[in-house]
Every structure is written in C-alpha cells, then in structure tokens.
Design a protein around this ligand. Structure first.
Ligand SMILES: Nc1nc2c(c(=O)[nH]1)N[C@H]1C(S)=C(S)[C@@H](COP(=O)(O)OP(=O)(O)OC[C@H]3O[C@@H](n4cnc5c(=O)[nH]c(N)nc54)[C@H](O)[C@@H]3O)O[C@H]1N2
Ligand SMILES: Nc1nc2c(c(=O)[nH]1)N[C@H]1C(S)=C(S)[C@@H](COP(=O)(O)OP(=O)(O)OC[C@H]3O[C@@H](n4cnc5c(=O)[nH]c(N)nc54)[C@H](O)[C@@H]3O)O[C@H]1N2
Ligand code: SF4
Ligand SMILES: [Mo]
Length: 688
C-alpha cells in the first residue's frame, strides 16, 4: 500500500475474473471509497493496461443493482421478488433446511455448484471444499472449462505443460489455433506483435474471421470440429515429405510406425472437403509449419467446446513432437500456464481432498438441467448451493435448468454480487464482495506471475467474500472442525506452503509489498526438449496405453464430430469483447457497446433461410428459440453461424442466453461440454 497526500492511498490488487491474463491493478482510495482503478504499469506482462470490461470495474462495484443484504424469496421462483432478511435469520433457515434434508434423504441430496467466477485461489476452492466434503454432499465435476484440453494434451505429453507465453517472442511461426487472442487474452498480443516484428508469421485457424484473424497474417477458415482432421493431414504431409525429426522421435516418442499407418487415411485430397480448406493451403501450412524454426501452436479453450474436444488437443500435441519443435526456444505448444501454476501452489492443502468420503457420488456440472429433472437420481437433488457461476446463462440446455430450478421441492441458495438470472430462482440470495473488497492470491493461466489481491475498500453493504460465506455457513450448521475457520491469511500461507522451488523467496510479506512475483520458472523453459514426458512410457505417446485402457482410440485421429443436419447451420457462440462470460450484460456501459442480440451468417446462409441483413430472425432448434438481429457478412463461412455468448438483450429488452439452444453434449473425454456442436435453423420474424 502506498499513502498519497489528502488521505488518499493506493492499494495493490489483481483481477480475479476467469481470464488468462490476471492483470495487476492499483486502486486509488479515499475515505473508504475507490476513486480510480487502473492497470499497474510495473507488471511485466499486463503492462499497465486492463481491458474493455475491467476499465469500468468501479461501475460494477458501485452499481445500483449490487446486492447489499441477504434476500429471501417471496414471489414464485424466477420472478425475482425478494425481501431483505438478516444474515442470522437467513443462515438459521438454511442450516435448518439442510439438517432436515440430510436427516431425510442423506447429505448427497445437497450439491454445491460453483465454477471460477472468482478464480483467486482461496475464493475459488478452499473452505467450501472442506465444508461440503465434511458434510458428505454430492461432489461436483467442474469440467466446463480447461479440463478437456489438459486431459487431451496429457494423453500425448503426460501433462498440460507448455511454452511460457512470454517466450513466444522467440517463435518464428505462430499458429493461433481456435483462440481469439485479441478479445480473450489481450495481453498476449504485444508478445505476438514483438515476435512478428522479429520476423514471425501469425496464422489464425478459426471458422470465424475474428478480430484476431483480421490482425494475423493468414486466416484459415476451418470447418468447426475438424481441427484434428487437419492436424492428421499435416502429419500425413510431414511424414510424406520426410520433415520428421527422426532423432527426436526415436528417442522420445512411442508408436511412430502406428502413426505412419494411421495418417495414410488423411491425404489432403481426402480431407479437403471435411475441413473446408483447399488442398494447396493444407500443403502450404504443413510446409511452413514444419520447415520454419521455431514454430509454435497456441490453442486455448475454443476447441474444447466440441464433442471431439479432447482428441483435438491430443492430436495437435503430436505435431511438435513429430517435427522436434520442442527442442527450440519458442518452439512447441503453448496453452494455459495453469498446469504449472497449480502444481506449484499447494492447492490440495487448501481444498483438502482427503476429507472427501470416497463413496460419495460425483455429478458433472454440464448436466445440471437433466440432474435436477431426473426421476432416477437417488437420492434426488433437494438443495443446491450456487456461487461463482451463473448456470442459467452459462450451462447448456437452459430450458431444462430452469425447469429444474422451478421445482417447488428444491431449496436453492445463491451467493453472488447481483441477482443474476440464476439467483432469480433462489430461496435465499447472499451478497458477495467484489474483488476490491476481498483478499486473495491470484494465480494466472496466461503467464507465470502470481499476484496478491488486497482489499482496497470495506465490503459494500453486508456483502462477504466466499471464504467468509463458508465460515458463516459452517458456524450456522454447528460444525466445530478447526479447518473450517482458517483466516484468509492462513489460507494464503497454506497455498504458498508447497515447498516448490518455483516459490522460493515468494512469501506473503513480499507479495504484500510488490503485489506480484514471477514464479522462479526458468525463462528459457523447454519442457520436453529432452523428452521428460510424464506418460506411462515416459515418451510422447502417439500410441496411448491410457486411452486404450479407457476404451478409446489409442491413436490420434480426426475424432468423431457431427455433420450439420440438412438445412441447419452450426452455431458457434464464443466470447465477446465487452462481456466476461455471463457478467457485465446488465451494466449499461457494456450493454450499449455489445448492442442487442445478433446472429451472424454469410450471404449463402441468408439465402438458404431467406433472411435479410438487420432484420429480426428467429433462431431455433428442438431445444429452444431466440429472436436476434441478423448480420450478413463474410466473417463466417458457409454452414456456420455466430452468436455472442454472454448476456445480450433481445429487441424487446429481454436478457437472453445462447444456451437456450445448446445441449449437454459430452466431450470424448475430460468431462467437458460441446457447446459449439449446436445446430440451428433460422426463419424470418414477421414484425409484430
Ligand atoms: N473479453 C472476454 N475475454 C474472455 C472471456 C470473455 O467472456 N470475454 N472469457 C474467458 C474465458 S472463461 C475463457 S475460457 C477464455 C477463452 O478463450 P478462447 O479460447 O480464446 O475463446 P473462445 O471464445 O472460447 O474460442 C476461441 C475461438 O475458437 C473458435 N472456434 C470455435 N470452434 C472452433 C473449431 O472447431 N475450430 C477452430 N479452429 N476454432 C474454433 C471461435 O470461433 C473463437 O473465435 O477467454 C477468457 N477471456
Ligand atoms: N454457449 C456458450 N456457453 C459457454 C461458453 C461459451 O463459449 N459458449 N463458455 C463456457 C466457459 S469457458 C466458461 S468458463 C463458463 C463461464 O460461466 P460462469 O462461470 O457462469 O461465468 P462468469 O460470468 O465468469 O461468473 C459467474 C458468476 O460468478 C459471480 N462472481 C464473481 N465473483 C464472485 C465472487 O467473488 N463470489 C461469488 N459468490 N460470486 C462471484 C459473477 O457475478 C457471475 O454471476 O461459461 C461456459 N459457457
Ligand atoms: S478480465 Fe482479463 S484482461 Fe480484463 S482486467 Fe481481468 S484479467 Fe485483465
Ligand atoms: Mo472459460
């Protein structure tokens, strides 16, 4: 903290949103009020800038709809009618209801439901995990984001490690593969720009001509879901042309002969229609990728939202092995740094998985709607505790989720900053603090800096942080275990207690002073330059034993993905510039910039459905229907449509989510959700 004149101080913190960048920020505070929040110019990666969302963070903190007190529902579920209640009364009632449910149906009838709405380490998973484990509640498989890529990469590499994003300055050929860097991972762009100034070519593989694709050197509009097929074809060419690094493959890879056999099926002439890319372009991509050193593949999340998501990552990870790209500084594959950050910090100490009873069931968050409506589930779900996630907006099959949340015999508790679309169905809504009101240690999945977030102002109203919420719940439930009452500082000390060499010299004291520290992670880090793959064979596995044991294809392949049914288009619903997932849609500044709900199609699709530019169209399938303004452009290819994911209002001013149209499509492995394997039709909406 720095004291300025006029009783003004500057407090160091970091953004806790679910975003790879974990920006370092400074908050100017006077008399307990935040006057300014701005990027910390010292931070080597985020360099003093925030983003289109968080540049206006104080509007979120001081928003008139911000929750100040606990609320109890008085109207029908979904109507959003609540009255103010005291913390004491509300907690007493919650504890009473839970004791009753546990006595009647067993503790598995209660399910915690959370994600990474706040991804700071102690606010995302600490006291909550301990409490629900001790209660014996149903465990949640939290696999909506990030599990699929890691389990896909692990099949080939043994883990999700990769090139440090800062090392991309050394790359000379960068493929941004299914990631919209300028929108979702803004602070990586200056690194890419530097690589380009050093001579790198930037290739963007994306079915949509995104802002990133526009800024790159070569946009390859691929057919959605077909990336692993393309990667197989690139390997076909690399093997055919003998661009293989035989020495690397012989020493560090398993199953090369089987791979050679498999890629025979993927000659460019055979896949060109499937991937929607001309043969010459596939040939050119293979040649440039394999013969430019160092070359690097950068995927992030986009690819995982397909039913063959894990196979896509597994197959992509074979490419740098085949050409030995890992040997070179800036070569290989760079995805999330989360795998390294989480293995460095002692997050097991925080979440204490040893408290979990092994016999307790685990349910996947993707299936929420089905689970709530299931007649077979024993015991049925009778209560949900929801925080850090807004499932009515973010989870597939919205209609089923709403049907479930409307159940009169379901007791729902929500902890959030606002009465979200989900909170409208709650029996109790508890107010949560914003990031500038709570303390945390914030890891990053887009770089190797670790930040400390200090509270800059006191909690707004009666809001509490997640950790405090769970302390209060534990107390109301009469729990006496000490581990449920650790303070935030104790939790942070526990997180830093791994003894990992990357944390040497990084103490809470140092973080309080500096705000952030770079992990002692090697600058020139080449995780697999000398092998060191952590698969069962210790080699990069073109042929995977683990996949075979799971009953899956042991070899890389294009994976299984659906063809659009006749007269349908495939709907991609990816992230937007002014929203952060489900958040910011109700904040005027952001809503104005995003505008009303749109669907973007190309002229061919418009003709197919007889729809016109700027007209309202109904977008529908067997699950739902939305009215959106049609945009006709060449940003999207034939057979593809794009809609924003987040919180856009329709022309009537109603808040809508594209997840009315998505279904619970499981990924091949990794437990994820094929959000983008959604098919819709359009029809003209007649003016009413
Ligand atoms: N502004 C902003 N930033 C964010 C977020 C946000 O909501 N807004 N959300 C944050 C979160 S939670 C995440 S997970 C990250 C996600 O970061 P990214 O992975 O970069 O983002 P996505 O929008 O999920 O998808 C990226 C791209 O994948 C493309 N895509 C879809 N299907 C395919 C396919 O089959 N093949 C190929 N090659 N490309 C495909 C989409 O068109 C999209 O442009 O962003 C984070 N950052
Ligand atoms: N169609 C479609 N659906 C998608 C995606 C897509 O690309 N397309 N992307 C998927 C992905 S990758 C993700 S990660 C999910 C994201 O989906 P969500 O996790 O639902 O999205 P967020 O808006 O990041 O955060 C959820 C809630 O957490 C609350 N919150 C923030 N901080 C705190 C806090 O400190 N305490 C408490 N109690 N609450 C807090 C916010 O106010 C918000 O209501 O959506 C998934 N859904
Ligand atoms: S949302 Fe992402 S880019 Fe924006 S301030 Fe937070 S960490 Fe930085
Ligand atoms: Mo995500």
């Amino acid at each position: 903290m720095q004291i300025l004149g006029n009783d003004t101080k500057i407090v160091r913190g970091a953004c806790g949103h679910d975003c790879p960048d974990t920006c370092s920020w400074l908050v100017e505070v006077r008399d307990g009020k935040a006057l300014r929040l701005f990027g910390n110019p010292d931070h080597p990666f985020t360099r003093g800038t925030l983003c289109a969302k968080v540049n206006h963070y104080l509007e979120r903190v001081y928003h008139s709809e911000r929750l100040h007190y606990p609320l109890k529902r008085v109207g029908p579920k979904g109507e959003g009618k609540f009255v103010r209640v005291t913390w004491e009364d509300a907690l007493r009632d919650v504890a009473g209801q839970w004791h009753k449910i546990i006595a009647e149906s067993g503790s598995e009838a209660i399910m915690p439901y959370s994600s990474a709405g706040n991804q700071g380490l102690i606010q995302v998973a600490s006291l909550d995990r301990r409490l629900f484990a001790l209660l014996g509640c149903t465990q949640l498989e939290r696999s909506i984001c990030g599990e699929v890529p890691v389990s896909g990469l692990a099949a080939t590499q043994g883990n999700g490690f990769g090139v440090d994003p800062e090392e991309l300055v050394h790359s000379r050929y960068i493929i941004l593969w299914g990631t919209n860097t300028i929108v979702t991972n803004l602070h990586l762009w200056p690194v890419i720009a530097e690589a380009r100034a050093n001579g790198a070519k930037i290739v963007v593989i994306d079915p949509i001509r995104t802002r990133t694709a526009e800024k790159g050197d070569w946009h390859i509009p691929i057919r959605p879901g077909s990336d692993a097929t393309l990667a197989m074809s690139l390997m076909h060419i690399i093997i055919r042309e003998n661009w293989v690094d035989h020495d690397f493959v012989e020493r560090h890879a398993l199953g090369y002969e089987a791979l050679c056999e498999r890629v025979k099926e993927y000659a460019p002439e055979r896949v060109t229609r499937k991937v929607g890319i001309p043969v010459e372009d596939i040939e050119k991509l293979a040649q440039e990728y394999a013969t430019t050193t160092p070359s690097l593949i950068r995927p992030l999340i986009g690819l995982e939202h397909h039913q063959n998501g894990a196979m896509m990552f597994r197959t992509l990870a074979c490419l740098p092995v085949l050409i030995g790209a890992w040997k070179h500084r800036g070569g290989g594959l760079s995805r999330s740094t989360g795998a390294i950050q989480y293995s460095t910090l002692n997050h097991r100490r925080l979440s204490m998985p040893e408290l979990q009873r092994p016999e307790v069931r685990t349910l996947n968050m993707r299936d929420l709607g089905q689970l709530l409506c299931s007649k077979e589930l024993t015991p049925p779900l009778r209560s949900l505790c929801i925080w850090n996630v807004n499932p009515v907006v973010s989870i597939p099959n919205q209609a089923k989720i709403i049907e479930g949340l409307k159940r009169e015999d379901l007791f729902t508790v929500v902890h959030d900053l606002f009465v979200t679309e989900t909170a409208k169905y709650a029996d109790y809504v508890f107010p949560a603090t914003s990031q500038i009101e709570c303390m945390d240690i914030v890891p990053a999945w887009g770089h190797h800096y670790l930040s400390l977030n200090l509270p800059a102002i006191p909690p707004v109203g009666e809001s509490v942080s997640n950790t405090e919420f769970f302390r209060r719940l534990a107390k109301a439930l009469g729990r006496t275990e000490e581990c449920l009452y650790d303070s935030d500082e104790q939790l942070i000390e526990q997180a830093l207690s791994s003894g990992h060499p990357y944390l040497d010299g990084i103490s809470l004291e140092r973080l309080k002073q500096d705000g952030y520290a770079r992990l002692n992670h090697e600058r020139d880090y080449r995780p697999f330059a000398n092998g060191n793959f952590t698969t069962p064979s210790g080699k990069a596995e073109f042929w995977s034993q683990d996949l075979m044991k799971m009953g899956l294809d042991p070899l890389p392949s294009g994976g299984e993905y659906p063809d659009p049914p006749v007269d349908h288009v495939q709907l991609i619903s990816s992230k937007t510039l002014h929203y952060l997932n489900s958040s910011y849609g109700h904040i005027e500044h952001h809503a104005r910039r995003e505008g009303i709900l749109t669907i973007e199609v190309n002229p061919q699709t418009a003709e197919l459905f007889d729809v016109t530019d700027k007209a309202l169209v109904e977008v529908f399938n067997e699950r739902g229907s939305l009215v959106a303004e049609c945009r006709i452009s060449n940003r999207v290819g034939a057979g593809v449509a794009w809609m924003p994911f987040g919180g856009n209002k329709d022309a009537k001013g109603n808040f809508q989510s594209v997840n009315q149209l998505t279904g619970e499509v499981p990924t091949d492995w990794g437990g994820g959700s094929g959000f983008y394997d959604t098919f819709v039709k359009l029809r003209r909406q007649l003016p009413t």
